[in-house]
Write a protein that binds this ligand. Structure first.
Ligand code: F0G
Length: 366
């Protein structure tokens, strides 16, 4: 077929694809890096774990332009900020928001300030923010402290806050739910995802509801969120002053969208649960070694949570009684290469062998 692709369609991202659902107009300058349209991968092995002809899919959000789901919201937030004539962006971050904001600011041609908890950002994410040219400020404090400072700074001057407290971020992130419904023909029955600041679970639910209201889908999924056990304020029902987890992306003690997340869980008849660091790391390895999908630890929380729902007696949600043929989506939020340190620590030292076939054959131990 003859292609009449225009320049904008060629690099088209989520605004191009879902314009009618987003707060943009012809006057909005679209700042895009071709985000969205990420793979939804059917997993026979995870499906088998649930049994009863259930189908499990992994939505790999790590394949967005900066390696995380944040890009969906960032394209909308930065496009709207440019429309309003902002002069710079600012965000607090556990790493991925800063990488995404820095990239989209570069694309838009404006500066970006990122406030980060010192020593708690995965190497790859810090490298990204630095390379994209952000102004990086590391504070002696955690993400919650960084967000408090950003809220105060953002209220004065003409900086635009691009954390998920900016509603344009949530609007953009809804598109992940649209893609899933478009691809499997309807909304899934269950949707599992990691929870940190709780913007993403809120955005997905808004997306599913909007799609149903516009008759693009017929049902709503039950939303099941997973927090790291050492950073689980929503699960425990109180702020955590010193959140701790290997999954640094979700090391958050006072989530900005806490109330919204609670409402999502109630309205969708879903659940919030916790997974331990050990379960997170085991799930990260499992997904890489059994499905070829390498995700960062925070992302593996949804897979660890999936296993908990399958097998554990103390799971907040059990798959035991879900209907036959249920469709389950697990979102994995960020690429594994962002956080190599945790894997490097577990890697065996590679001792070179002599460059002969005999030595190599012996080393392979097949
Ligand atoms: N997974 C990854 C890889 C993340 O980076 C985040 C959040 C989440 C899950 C949780 O999503 O906050 O919407 O509930 N990262 C933020 C950041 C906080 O600054 O990059 P959430």
């Amino acid at each position: 077929m003859h292609s009449t692709t225009t320049k904008s369609q060629r690099s088209g991202g989520v605004i191009e694809r879902y314009r009618e659902f987003l707060p943009v107009s012809a006057a909005t300058p679209v700042v895009s890096l071709g985000e969205g349209n990420t793979p939804l991968i059917y997993s026979p092995r995870l499906s088998e774990r649930v049994g009863r002809r259930c189908e499990v899919f992994v939505k790999n959000e790590g394949l967005n332009p900066t390696g995380s789901f944040k890009d969906r919201g960032m394209t909308v937030a930065v496009s709207k900020a440019m429309e309003r004539g902002t002069s710079a962006l600012i965000c607090a971050s556990t790493g991925n928001t800063s990488a995404s904001a820095a990239a989209y600011a570069a694309r838009a041609g404006i500066p970006c300030v990122v406030i980060l908890p010192a020593g708690k950002i995965a190497t790859g994410k810090l490298v990204q923010a630095f390379t994209y040219g952000a102004k990086i400020v590391a504070i002696d404090g955690n993400f919650d402290d960084a967000l408090r400072i950003v809220r105060e700074l953002g209220d004065s001057g003409d900086l635009t806050i691009v954390n998920s407290i900016n509603p344009d971020r949530i609007a953009g992130q809804k598109t992940a739910a649209f893609e899933i419904a478009d691809e499997i023909g309807d909304a899934p029955d269950l949707h599992l995802l990691p929870v940190g600041n709780a913007g993403n679970v809120t955005a997905h639910w808004a997306g599913y509801r909007e799609y149903q209201a516009r008759e693009r889908s017929t049902k709503l999924p039950e939303m099941i969120g997973f927090q790291a056990a050492g950073a689980a304020p929503i699960f425990y029902g109180h702020k955590i002053d010193k959140p701790e987890t290997i999954a640094s992306a979700i090391r958050i003690g006072n989530p900005a969208s806490w109330k919204q997340a609670r409402a999502v869980i109630t309205d969708s008849r879903g659940a919030i649960d916790v997974v331990s660091d050990a379960e997170i790391l085991a799930a990260q390895s499992w997904l890489a070694q059994h499905e070829g999908i390498f995700v960062e630890p925070a992302s593996a929380a949804s897979i660890a949570g999936f296993f908990k729902c399958c097998h554990s007696d103390d799971a907040a949600y059990s798959f035991e009684k879900i209907p036959r043929g249920s469709r389950i989506v697990c979102t994995v939020t960020g690429h594994g290469l962002k956080d190599p340190d945790v894997v490097i620590q577990r890697m065996k030292e590679l001792k070179p062998v002599a460059d002969t076939v005999t030595d190599v054959r012996r080393a392979i131990e097949l």
